[in-house]
Write a protein that binds this ligand. Structure first.
Ligand SMILES: *Cc1c(COP(=O)(O)O)cnc(C)c1O
Length: 416
């Protein structure tokens, strides 16, 4: 096999071609660059049987379809293939088929979110291309993943986050060695500062879709899902959409798998899920626009999808439209109620963004956008453990007589 099957990079808007092996940010048109591979050659050299025999950890099993040429440049923290967990009680409740309503639980990855996929690739490519200092705007998880992988690779990391980012994320980022700064604004304000500082600091801008390799990492969600489902894609995918890297990445993965001859032309309906307090993609989808205007005063408990403007907006909208899916907004109240219900009934603690996909799915089922027998995949993008949970106030006095009729009686919720 060749070391790398990358042929070139391509502007996602104009198709302009850029050479591989050089440092790239956005295209001249100011749009994301996509990595292109010699898929015909790869199809001749690599098969699903070869893949099944791979011993590489987690998403590195897809290395032939990734841009890192030198295995020594792979930066790894023990990635795993994330499990698919069926939510049968929720399925019954919303009129879906038990066994066919599935959660892809990305909270099991290093740093507890699927940002690990993208940042592992971005940091590995930074090492391959000789970049020494990385900077990123973040709502928390991307910064944490970048900090961790940069520390692992021995690269310098600077992270800017909104000053209302959950404290646990901020501390995690700093603990993993990044210079960490709080900004009195939103993620796009942080992004502006990162962009403006490039010349003065020499850092490389790792913002969502402003460098070409995070999407290649996120693409592995589509590859992994296809492999886990026996190369038969689901009928519908619900994806919590911020910058949209994952949705665009999965769409790219499916197209590459088809070019390899590993799957057919069928595609899942792609549902982009946002919060009603920050829904630029939903608004553009509803009005038929190709691009999404900036969302003012963005607000939601689901911090990972509080992204007021996305440079890859047209790519998200294209995938949603081509697939026959939809863009949907759900309320914070429904998100938190769903998070609590699923944890209590199914034992799976979703993050709010993941819970948002379950709310959207229930709504789509009620509206007939998905059928009763459809195989559905919800994306739980991060561990629920990084988010606040309802308090527990039940107390027992070890020195007093315990009234077991109370303990053994009606089940007690945590908060009474
Ligand atoms: C980043 C993030 C998202 C959004 O992912 P994109 O692919 O950038 O749209 C959703 N949820 C969580 C928890 C995240 O960290």
């Amino acid at each position: 096999m060749r070391k790398s099957y990358v042929t070139h990079l391509e502007c996602s808007m104009t198709g302009a071609v850029y050479p591989a092996g050089q440092v790239h940010g956005l295209s001249e048109a100011g749009r994301p660059l996509l990595v292109r591979y010699d898929l015909a050659a790869l199809a001749a050299d690599w098969s699903r049987v070869d893949l099944a025999a791979s011993k590489a950890p987690g998403f590195w099993r897809y290395a032939p379809l990734l841009p890192v040429a030198e295995p020594a440049n792979r930066v790894s923290l023990g990635e795993v293939m994330t499990p698919i967990v069926a939510l049968d009680r929720l399925a019954r409740r919303i009129g879906a088929r038990p066994g066919r309503l599935l959660v892809k639980d990305e909270g099991r990855l290093p740093t507890g979110s699927f940002k690990a996929r993208g940042l592992a690739l971005a940091v590995s490519m930074a090492r391959e291309l000789g970049i020494a200092h990385l900077a990123i705007p973040t709502n928390g998880n991307a910064g944490a993943a970048m900090a961790a992988y940069a520390a692992r690779a021995g690269l310098r990391a600077t992270v800017l986050c909104p000053d209302d980012t959950p404290d646990i994320n901020i501390r995690e980022i700093a603990a993993q060695g990044a210079d960490t700064w709080l900004v009195n604004g939103l993620i796009n304000d942080c992004g502006r500062i990162v962009g403006a500082g490039k010349a003065a600091t020499g850092w490389f801008d790792v913002s969502t879709l402003k460098e070409p390799y995070r999407i290649e990492g996120k693409k592995t969600m589509g590859l992994e899902l296809a492999e886990q489902l026996g190369w038969e894609l689901p009928d519908a995918i619900f994806y919590p959409t911020g910058g949209g890297t994952g949705l665009i990445g999965m769409w790219k993965a499916f197209n590459e798998l088809e070019a390899l001859g590993w799957i057919g032309p069928e595609r899942p309906r792609m549902f982009a899920v946002q919060a009603t307090g920050c829904a630029p993609i939903v608004r553009a989808w509803e009005t038929g626009a190709e691009h999404a205007a900036l969302w003012q005063n963005a607000q939601t408990v689901a911090a990972g999808i509080r992204v007021p403007v996305a440079v890859g907006d047209f790519l998200i909208l294209r995938a949603v439209r081509q697939s026959g899916g939809a863009a949907m907004a759900v309320s914070d109240r429904d998100i938190m109620a769903m998070r609590d219900d699923v944890a209590r009934e199914e034992g799976l603690l979703l993050c709010p963004e993941g819970a948002a996909t379950a709310v959207a799915c229930a709504q789509a089922r009620a509206d007939g956008l998905v059928g009763p027998d459809d195989r559905i995949v919800l994306w739980n993008c991060a561990t629920g453990l990084k988010y606040p949970m309802p308090p527990v106030t039940n107390r027992l006095d070890k020195d007093a007589a315990v009234d077991f009729t109370v303990l053994g009686g009606k089940p007690h919720a945590g908060a009474v």
